[in-house]
Design a protein around this ligand. Sequence first.
Ligand SMILES: [Zn+2]
Length: 340
Amino acid sequence: MKKLILILFFTISKNALSVCIHEKEIVGMNLAKLNEAHQVFIKTEENKFIAYENFKINPLRKYQVQFKNKLRINNLNSKDYNKKYVEYYSYPRIQEFISEKQKEIEKLSYETAIVGKSIEGRNLYSIRPKSIVPTKKTILIFGRHHGDEGTANWIIEGFINKFLSASTDFHEKYQLVLYPMVNPDGAERRTRYNKNNRDLNRSWSSQFNRAYDEVKTIHKDLKTYIDQSEDIIIALDMHGSFTEDFIYRVKRNYISLDFFNHQQELIDELGSFDRWQEGNFQLSNGHPKMARIVLINSYQLNALTHETPRDIKLINRNGRSKASLLIQGNTIFQSILGLY
Ligand SMILES: [Zn+2]
């Protein structure tokens, strides 16, 4: 009898893996099962996310939940993490980076402002011109709404390195308003949520006084810059996905075909420079309280979310490293310069 070799191909949906978190509505009695393979966080009426283990479940009620794979990475302390993965970007690192760059920042007539404090009292930084020139092309960048997505900050460093050393010509045309670490408390604890268990990328509102926690402070500060700037060319929100590089953008009919095509230009341009990103994108009209969606709806900004893998193994076949993340930051700079 001939031997039959059976090969099973398991296909895993790309979409299922590349998000930075999964969200769904689920009835209470099914939560225990979901929690077996995932870390599950349940949304409360105060827009907080409480771990399944700490929540009293009503089996018949429906709950809005966020969940992610139970990765062993989450249990590694920072020292052990850094032995296996690209160095985790911590709150002390952003402070160190800012102080390293302070002279260059001041030379450009920029400032590092502390726009407020996190719940636990850490600084919420912004790097921006001392005075905004309304007619200059304004680049708006946020980083780290989600504390455990450290790679996003290395990319921001790559961008800033290029930005600070750009020509006088460049600086006559462009200006930058940057909030490099929206959630320093989450960054410190390597968790997605802030100290109040809020998902800060679900905490925006069209009116800043209805936003939550750190986002409220940042939105209030940002508003003065949005009001003064006549030409905000792009708003990028930097995140870390579970697996791959991509850009989140709204669907074709969300605003208009022109808007869609305009966003496509940036994705194409970035794809031509960034060999990891390669023009990859995902269509998502997101959550109404997400930074990207509020910036599009309230201020008609060209807002996009940039995702890159959050945990990059030190030994990998893709040439990825801290240096490659800095290069990705350079390519964002090049793309903006090439396009707008
Ligand atoms: Zn994220």
